[in-house]
Design a protein around this ligand. Structure first.
Ligand code: FAI
Length: 510
């Protein structure tokens, strides 16, 4: 076992006093001298423990509205002094600096203050200076000092004090120091990012303190973890742990469903990040049946997402399919009972789908960062380019198809009729290939394309796609526009009684 050092003195300075009581009990049981700052000192006194105000050490009051209270050589000397270094020992004696063996800090809540939208000055005042210095000083001297920089470490400290008669092992102190630098670096990243708002170019600082180890990555030989707070997103009601690929598909499913709002039921079936089934109907059950009908073969092992509560009738139908995940805002009790009968099946109740506003990926020896694509084109802003106007149903279907194509891997073509995804061509190296794939697929499941609409994620460089679409029976086309040969596609539509609208927004997804 690593070397145990007794805790004889502690400095406690915490913004949030909650949960300190068991630690005070333990410190009192071992006769530990406690130093503390204003509000924390009062809390400790009220709890009935003896406490020495830091002012008794520094001989200074807290000044500048609390900006300077622990920033003093007698405090930092007591924390940073090396207990086995002769010159440090001598200087500490000379300047009457007491050893401080344990430091407990809870920083000013900078991120919460920003999140609450408080004033600039209030945010600035919540940049902790003394506390962060205490944390870094104690963590640097972990050889002699235990640092608790967040409430999450209270349990570890208590366990150590209890197991080692009021002492800490080197292993515990080192682990606490690691956690402390995690706290301090995250805190400074949040401050930097707040100062750096809008100045995207200068540097990239990402910090996430929640993590979930994953069994493996995209393939079993790749180690992986998720950094983020999954508990804030979902409540897992059933099934085994989520995998790396599940998380990718879930993100794709939820981003897609989000674009359709919650007014009318939609069901999505996702495979490899793309929708292979999608429908919007008046009831959840109908939405499910028509989403599945889009491609009942690919749906096997898929990720299912719905924007409404799942009822028993829908659960009975969904239950007939082998699927990996169903995510929905809620489940009726009898529906959940049916769905949870298979123990591995993941059933997720959606709590909050707040997407990260930035999309980050590794490229070469660095990172690519972009805003997420959060444009959902509305039919009111479509620009009619052909003599023939689209019917009201075609307009609805084009808006629907355009939302789907935005969430489909490029090059992408999506074919839709009456609020149902008939087929799509995904991730193809040419737009013609994507269209041919979609037409072939629609044929596989006996969908007639007469009166269907076609959405393309980017412009048509040549009129070939509209020619093929026309032959297949497609009557209306939605695309961003912007090709120097747009006129050729428009002319073909005009000559053949088709409608075409431009959105002006390309939706590549690579
Ligand atoms: N200025 C200082 O010297 C200083 N020393 C400790 N703090 C912080 O003061 C807070 C505790 O204050 P109090 O005990 O007065 O409630 C803690 O969040 C701690 O991180 C300080 N405040 C900010 O920097």
């Amino acid at each position: 076992m690593s070397k145990v050092k007794p805790v004889r003195s502690a400095l406690i300075s915490v913004f949030n006093k909650e949960g300190l009581e068991p630690i005070l009990d333990e410190l009192r049981a071992h006769d530990v001298a406690i130093y503390s700052t204003g509000g924390t000192q009062k809390f400790i006194e009220d709890y009935g423990c003896e406490v020495i105000p830091v002012e008794a050490l520094t001989a200074y009051p807290s000044i500048l509205g609390g900006r300077v209270k622990t920033l003093h050589p007698k405090i930092f000397g007591g924390i940073l002094g090396r207990r086995e270094n002769d010159s440090d020992i001598q200087e500490m004696q000379e300047y009457q600096i007491p050893e401080i063996d344990l430091v407990i800090v809870d920083l000013y809540p900078f991120e919460d203050t920003v999140a609450q939208g408080l004033s600039h000055q209030e945010i600035i005042e919540k940049i902790d200076i003394g506390g962060i210095s205490l944390i870094r000083g104690a963590a640097k001297n972990f050889n002699d000092v235990a640092i608790v920089a967040s409430k999450q470490q209270y349990g570890d400290l208590l366990d150590s004090l209890k197991a080692h008669q009021g002492g800490t092992t080197e292993e515990v102190r080192r682990n606490l120091a690691t956690s402390a630098f995690n706290v301090s670096s995250h805190y400074d990243t949040a401050i930097f990012n707040w100062f750096n708002q809008g100045n995207n170019g200068s540097s990239l600082k990402l910090s996430e303190t929640y993590s979930t180890p994953l069994r493996y990555g995209e393939n079993p030989h790749q180690a992986a973890a998720y950094y983020g707070n999954l508990d804030a997103c979902f409540e897992q009601l059933n099934g085994k742990e989520l995998s790396y690929n599940n998380l990718l598909d879930l993100d794709a499913a939820l981003a897609l469903v989000e674009d359709f709002g919650t007014e009318k039921p939609v069901f999505a079936v996702i495979k490899h990040n793309n929708a292979c089934g999608f429908a919007q109907r008046n009831s959840v059950l109908e939405a499910w049946k028509d989403a599945l009908a889009g491609d009942p073969v690919s749906a096997f092992g898929g990720i299912l997402a719905c924007n409404q509560k799942i009822d028993k009738a829908t659960a009975e139908e969904v239950n007939k399919l082998f699927f990996e995940i169903l995510v929905a805002p809620d489940f009726d009790a009898d529906a959940l009972e049916i769905l949870a009968a298979k123990k591995n099946r993941r059933i997720l109740k959606l709590k909050d789908f707040t997407r990260n506003p930035k999309h980050v990926r590794t490229v070469l020896n660095g990172y690519l960062v972009q805003d997420i694509d959060n444009i959902a084109d509305r039919k009111e802003s479509f620009e009619l380019k052909t003599k023939k106007a689209a019917t009201e149903q075609e307009l609805l279907d084009m808006e629907f198809a355009n939302k789907l194509v935005k969430h489909t891997k490029s090059n992408a073509i999506v074919l839709v009729k009456n609020g149902q995804l008939l087929a799509s061509g995904t991730g193809q190296t040419s737009r013609v290939d994507a269209l041919q794939q979609a037409i072939h697929k629609a044929g596989t499941f006996n969908f007639s394309l007469e009166g269907a609409v076609m959405a393309s994620d980017a412009f048509f460089p040549f009129p070939d796609c509209v020619e093929i679409a026309h032959k297949a029976g497609i009557t209306a086309v939605i695309q961003p526009g912007g090709s120097i040969k747009d006129e050729l596609s428009i002319k073909f539509c005009d000559d053949n009684g088709m409608a075409m609208v431009f959105t002006g927004n390309r939706h590549f997804k690579h």
